[in-house]
Design a protein around this ligand. Structure first.
Ligand code: UDX
Length: 440
């Protein structure tokens, strides 16, 4: 099938490459020339495991092209909208990219000869968006499906090609819905053939599935982080607690890792946008607990700054603090809303020096001007002369650090394990004063 993907960021680039991998003929459209050039060369504009191989293979095979020109989408049977919906100042989702994408594609719709033409929305949008857009799109000759994406950065290719489930939000008219569903089934034929559940629902529910999944995940993390604060006060251990409650199948053990909290391009903005939309709908009280989820998340970062102050006392003003990690999570170079980077910025005020290292995001960070911290090219150089190590992102290489070797590089041996990913006993045995999150 001929497909187009509008917006080639984390979501779109991975989706375009994955659809080509399924055997489709795909064109990705983006207004960013640099991104289009890189992608056309088979190179990934960001760090994402497996993506570059997928891009290179499919660009070479001639199944995958990229363009800045919307006319490139003409004749494709399915057009995926995968532009960003960043947080606006009010907290609501900024819909300008979606609106521009739709306006720009309209003049090029209605030219597919292979069968019904479909616009498939993948972007995370406020509930009500699809029904707002459907009529305009139908008038231009295509049907609209809302087909949310649940990919995690770091596992994006895997999540796209082997998703837990596929969700289609379909038009109300049964005949139109059946035609749109058939087209989407053809796109995902190879994925569905492996037994992936495909759930069919109305537009509004499909839009809400995505935001409520993220709201639930954020709530789960803030729940365990709230427990970590109680554990700290009570002298209990949140890791043991999480393991024990997670064995109850109704609770489940995933997303119960206490730490400095969630960040990234999705969870923080999605819970705020969800709240803003619920307010608009007059039901703002129902998800009001999400403001608490957000607040608990922020308190985790503040807690680490406080612990740093307690550990170093007056010496903080002359101290070098090393923050290990800048990406919001490992296997990503995404620093949007990164808890680790927030800590580096916060501590650069009171500390003498803050040195940041990150195996993937570090080189990007190093190029930024006006940052209040240094960027080290290696973990080793980041640890030289340090007074306090803060693990902000649980990269494997930090988990594998040898505490004795690290002790040889440091000036004083304080470590705050912001992701509870180090072996506390090993570090203590090597002479470090160790602080985890909720595992004192
Ligand atoms: C998330 C959703 O998981 C995904 O389904 C959606 O499509 C996009 O948003 P992503 O932002 O890539 O994906 O990251 P995720 O793996 O969910 O982690 C989010 C944040 O939560 C990270 O900062 C991570 O460090 C943190 N986290 C995760 C915890 O603090 N504790 C946990 O137990 C799990």
């Amino acid at each position: 099938m001929r497909l187009s993907v509008i917006g080639c960021g984390y979501l779109g680039a991975v989706h375009a490459a994955s659809m080509a991998e399924l055997g489709h003929d795909v064109v990705g459209v983006d207004i960013d020339t640099h991104k289009v050039d890189l992608l056309s060369d088979g190179r990934a504009p960001f760090f994402e495991p497996e993506l570059e191989e997928l891009l290179a293979r499919n660009v070479d095979a001639g199944r995958l092209t990229f363009s800045e020109n919307f006319s490139a989408i003409e004749g494709a049977q399915v057009h995926f909208i995968s532009v960003g919906t960043p947080q606006s100042e009010s907290g609501a989702a900024d819909m300008s990219y979606v609106n521009v994408a739709v306006d720009s594609m309209l003049p090029h719709l209605g030219r597919c000869t292979a069968g019904p033409e479909v616009v498939a929305g993948k972007s995370t949008v406020p509930v009500g968006t699809a029904s707002r857009l459907a009529q305009t799109i139908e008038r231009a000759g295509a049907l609209l499906v809302w087909n949310p994406e649940f990919l995690r950065e770091g596992f994006a290719v895997q999540d796209t090609l082997r998703p837990d489930r596929m969700v289609y939000g379909l038009p109300d008219d049964p005949g139109t819905a059946a035609r749109a569903k058939e087209v989407m089934d053809a796109v995902y034929e190879r994925i569905l053939a492996t037994g992936t559940p495909r759930l069919v629902m109305d537009y509004a529910t499909a839009e809400l599935v995505k935001v409520s999944a993220n709201a639930f995940l954020a709530t789960k993390i803030s729940f365990i982080n709230a427990m970590s604060q109680v554990c700290d006060a009570a002298g209990a251990n949140v890791t043991a607690l999480a393991e024990a409650i997670g064995m109850d199948e109704r609770i489940g053990s995933r997303f119960l890792r206490a730490g400095i909290g969630f960040g990234g391009g999705c969870l923080p903005k999605d819970i705020r946008a969800f709240q803003a939309r619920a307010d608009e709908l007059g039901v703002g009280d129902a998800p009001a607990f999400l403001a608490e989820v957000d607040r608990v998340n922020e308190t985790m970062r503040a807690g680490v700054v406080q612990t740093a102050k307690e550990l170093l006392g007056d010496n903080l003003t002359g101290a070098t603090v090393t923050v290990l990690g800048a990406a919001f999570k490992p296997d990503s170079d995404d620093m949007r809303n990164s808890p680790a980077l927030d800590l580096a910025t916060e501590l650069s005020g009171p500390a003498k020096r803050v040195v940041v290292h990150d195996p993937a995001a570090g080189p990007i960070l190093a190029k930024q001007e006006d940052r209040p911290y240094e960027v080290a090219p290696s973990t080793q150089s980041a640890l030289e002369g340090t007074d306090l190590i803060i693990v902000g992102t649980e990269w494997r290489e930090y988990q594998d650090l040898n505490p004795t070797q690290a002790a040889g590089l440091a000036r004083t041996r304080y470590v705050i394990d912001g992701r509870n990913c180090l072996d506390a006993q090993d570090w203590k045995a090597a002479g470090w004063t160790y602080r985890g999150i909720g595992r004192r």
